[in-house]
Design a protein around this ligand. Structure first.
Ligand SMILES: *Cc1c(COP(=O)(O)O)cnc(C)c1O
Length: 359
């Protein structure tokens, strides 16, 4: 797409190239290096376990997380929902934070697929404590639905990319395991947590029973997520992945890009975090916008625009007219996500445009 577009310099292409897309870190395009690796990838039928590139990616992911095994899934949603299915039985409850992705943005699959209900806790900036979770664990009474799983989200998307402190994760895991409950981590952006803490993902996730992480977000792959856990857990995951239609045959072409994302992607996430902080600090100076820049820890910036007299639909539309894309997550709250396809200059341009529409 892009190579011919940039060569022709059509007005349309120039216009498209000048769009600053801050809606999500999912919008990143594969690099030339990734495209080359995809073209040259060795492939086989992964349903028979014969795709060498997928096998390599799964092996590397398991190694990086210090776990027995991993499995490539097409989306983070599929990874999370397979994990939930394995950890629970129909009729159980899943304790999660009230704005959890698994509850709000995964098509009610925890009910559809696993037959479970969410039991929520309101975490401070999206971070629940063991104490809060403990109070929601159901007593072993035969006429009350039992708790089956505790799910953590790290970083927390809708709370603004907040990072769960490792001690909090370990506290929750210790507590959960003492009452024989498993813990799953929706680590779609766990590498952002790792960059923010300066700790390896293996240490962050050491005590959880399973982790899902996305290659397709800040790490820059076009497609793909991985689910990581014990050998037996991943054996079960393979069965459910096939049930959901996720047996992808020669998907080594995707895994080839995924391997580059996994090896190279984490190294540059601190740039995204620096850019997000910079955007937040500049936004804090704009009249009508309310944000505490100190709360921005990773690559997500959530800010209140109600003081501008615009709702977020208005705000996003006016901004889009200036070729800057951002999403409203409520009538008052806008979300900006920094990523590898927006550098500091593009971020500054975006804030300049926000200044203009707020003036
Ligand atoms: C993006 C995301 C997912 C997975 O999303 P997919 O679009 O299905 O890959 C899961 N959890 C969180 C917190 C996310 O941000």
């Amino acid at each position: 797409m892009s190579s011919t577009d940039t060569k022709t310099h059509s007005p349309e292409a120039v216009k498209r190239a000048s769009v600053v897309d801050l809606r999500s870190d999912t919008v990143t395009k594969p690099s030339p290096e990734m495209r080359r690796a995809m073209m040259e990838a060795e492939v086989g039928d992964d349903v028979y376990g014969e795709d060498p590139t997928i096998n390599r990616l799964e092996h590397r992911a398991a190694e990086i997380f210090g776990r027995e095994a991993a499995i490539l899934v097409p989306t983070g949603t599929m990874g999370n929902q397979i994990a939930i299915k394995i950890h629970t039985r129909p009729g159980q409850e899943i304790i999660c934070e009230e704005r959890a992705h698994i509850k709000d943005y995964e098509m009610a699959m925890l009910a559809q697929f696993s037959g479970c209900l969410p039991r929520t806790v309101a975490g401070e900036k999206g971070i629940p404590t063991w104490k809060q979770i403990q109070r929601k664990i159901q007593p072993p009474t035969y006429y009350i639905a039992q708790t089956g799983l505790i799910a953590l989200e790290n970083t927390h998307n809708m709370a603004g990319g907040t990072v769960i402190p490792i001690e909090t994760i370990n506290d929750i895991c210790d507590g959960a395991h003492s009452v024989k409950l498993p813990v799953h981590m929706d680590g779609a952006r766990v590498f952002n947590a790792s960059a923010a803490l300066g700790k390896p993902v293996s240490e962050i996730t050491k005590n959880v029973d399973s982790v899902m992480f996305c290659l397709s977000k800040g790490l820059g792959a076009p497609v793909g997520s991985l689910l990581v856990g014990s050998k037996e857990f991943i054996r079960m995951a393979r069965i459910y992945r096939k049930s959901l239609g996720g047996g992808m045959r020669q998907a080594g072409i995707l895994a080839a890009a995924g391997l580059i994302a996994l090896e190279q992607g984490p190294k540059r996430l601190h740039d995204d975090h620096g850019n997000a902080k910079h955007v937040a600090e500049r936004l804090a100076d704009i009249r009508g916008i309310n944000i505490d820049a100190a709360t921005v820890q990773t690559n997500i910036v959530i800010f209140d625009v109600s003081g501008t007299g615009m709702d977020t639909a208005d705000f996003a539309r006016k901004l889009a007219e200036k070729n800057v894309l951002a999403s409203g997550i409520s009538p008052e709250l806008m979300r900006i996500v920094t990523h590898l396809d927006v550098d500091r200059a593009a971020c500054d341009h975006a804030v300049n445009m926000i200044e203009e529409i707020c003036a």
